[in-house]
Structures are given as C-alpha cells and as structure tokens.
Design a protein. Structure first.
Length: 319
C-alpha cells in the first residue's frame, strides 16, 4: 500500500538567503538533509507552486509543499519469526531480541533475521531504510533494541545516537575477578590482520565504555556496563582489552577458566555456555514525537540467569 508524506510550511523571513535544502532541513528537522534533497530533485517539493533546485536561495515568505510518495527502501521479504515486543506505538517499536537472532541480513544470513521478522510484524517498515533499525546487537547478544516506524522517528533517533543521548546498560559475565569498576577509553577499528574482528587500535574511532561490579565469584565477575559510544563489538573488545573478556565469547574470550575444585555442574555449565554472556538490559531515549523521556528494562534471559545461579552456588560452597 503506497505511503505518502505530506508537509507544508511558510519559510520565515529570517531564513532569507539560505539554500532551499538548508531551509528545509531546519523547518523539517525530523528528516535528514539527504532525504529532503532527494525529494527536491524528484520534484516532490513545490515552492510557491514551482519546482526549485536544492541550491536555489529563498527570500522568506515562500510557501513550501511537500508531497512525497515513499519508495520501498527494503528488498528483504517478511517472515513470521517470533518477536518479543516490549513496547510499540505509531513511531517506535522496542524489541527484546533473543540470543541467536541476527539483526540485519548479510552474506551469511540472507534471511531469518530480525529485519525479516519486523517486516512481517509492521509491513510499513518497508518504506523506512533498514526497516527502521537504528542500532544493532550482535547475533548472540540478547536484549533491547529500538526500531523507528517512520522516517521522522528514524532521523530523530539517529540524531540521539550521534549525540550520545541514548541510555544503554548491559549485564555481562567476565572472566577474572575484578577489584573495582572503571572506564575504558580506547579507540576501536578493524583488526589489522583479521578483518572480521575488531580491535583497540590507534587508527580506530573513539570508544568509551563504563563498567561497575555487580557481583564477584571465584573466577568470574558479574558486571554492569554502560555505553557512551556504540562501536561494533565495543563491550566485547574493551573487556578483552583490560584482560577481563566475556565468558563464552567465541572471538575475544580467550581460554576457558574453570575454578579449582569446581563441581561437575559448574564445569559443565562453563564448557557449554557457547555465546558471549552479554545482555542489553536497559534502554532509555527521548520519544521522537512527544519529546518524553522513556525507558525500558528487561530481565536476564534464562541461560544467563542459570549461569549466575550456579556461579553463586559454587562461591557459597567454598566460603
């Protein structure tokens, strides 16, 4: 079903001398400048009932009318894949992603992804780039993700991400016993040799992670981690960088550590925990329509809750 955006405004006199695309970017700040430029070039923007170019200068007082028939932005197909929807309205979807679900199709996962599931749940997302996905979780990381249902909401959420206005707190189990929490400020980029991995590297992009100790065990630590930036694999890379890699991490985790005198239950649990013990537990943001500050929290998935339970039993049996 075709979707049409209809926008209208008078250009204020204070904008006299500005390029049309600049003026529209201020008037309709919920849309990216690139999107507005595309609409101008497509003839979907009328200024005093005439078509203009993006570089044409406004004088102020002109009437702008935008009638943009939205094209399909996503080529993937809808699939009836179960989703745990924590919250939804006309602008947002908040999903509690399960471990093992890939967020976005790629060469190794062309279908069966969260994007395919979103298109089935909310078919209008076919008109939003990347089906409204503005941030991601790794395949084997569980927890909260927000999805934009409209172009305006997407632009607003992307801006919040760029301004570091999202609140994102994760729970993780690290290998090793931490004495205290701290902050990791170390740039992250592609690994110089293995291009499938990320690494702390001088040529990387700024990356800042805050962590605090929630609970200590004999050879592991339950930590709560807050992201200031959002680089690929950031928590996993930073925790490995400070020599406390995440339990079960197949890429950055290092060797398995089983505490001395462990019972068969703990040893078996540690050997068979095959994903990084990482869960996006809390998410906070400003609603793109209402401007209200909103937040969500979800409990640990069963596998991580069971892991912490057996680590506690082991600690208590050795006290």
């Amino acid at each position: 079903m075709p979707v049409t955006e209809r926008l209208s405004s008078l250009i204020p006199l204070a904008m006299a001398g500005m390029r049309l695309d600049q003026a529209l970017a201020e008037l309709f700040s919920g849309y990216s400048r690139a999107r507005l430029q595309q609409w101008i070039r497509n003839g979907q923007v009328m200024v005093d009932a005439r078509q203009w170019r993006p570089k044409d200068k406004v004088s102020g007082g002109e009437r702008v009318e935008i009638v943009a028939a939205l094209e399909e932005e996503v080529t993937s197909q809808p699939q009836p894949i179960p989703l745990t929807v924590v919250y939804e309205d006309e602008a947002l979807l908040v999903i509690n992603k399960s471990a093992g679900l890939v967020v976005h199709p790629a060469a190794g996962n062309p279908e069966g992804t969260m994007l395919n599931a979103l298109l089935h749940h909310a078919p209008e997302l076919i008109h939003v780039p990347r089906a409204g996905i503005v941030h991601r979780l790794d395949k084997d990381t569980s927890g909260l993700l927000v999805v934009a249902r409209t172009l305006k909401a997407q632009a607003h959420l992307v801006e919040q991400l760029q301004e570091r206005a999202f609140e994102r707190e994760y729970e993780a189990v690290a290998v090793g016993v931490m004495t205290a929490g701290g902050r990791v400020d170390a740039p992250i980029g592609r690994h110089p040799v293995d291009r499938k991995r990320m690494a702390v590297t001088a040529s990387g992009k700024e990356a800042v992670t805050h962590y605090r100790v929630a609970e200590r065990f004999r050879a592991h630590t339950h930590v709560k981690v807050r992201l200031e930036t959002g680089r690929t694999h950031q928590i996993r890379v930073h925790m490995a960088h400070i020599h406390y890699p995440l339990l079960g991490d197949p890429v950055y985790g290092g060797r398995l550590r089983i505490p001395r005198d462990s019972g068969a239950g703990l040893a078996d649990t540690l050997r068979h925990f095959k994903r990084q013990a990482l869960h996006a537990a809390r998410l906070g943001l400003v609603h793109p329509e209402s401007g209200e500050r909103m937040g969500w929290q979800v409990p640990l998935p069963d596998d991580m809750a069971a892991l912490l339970g057996i680590l506690r039993e082991d600690r208590m049996s050795h006290e």
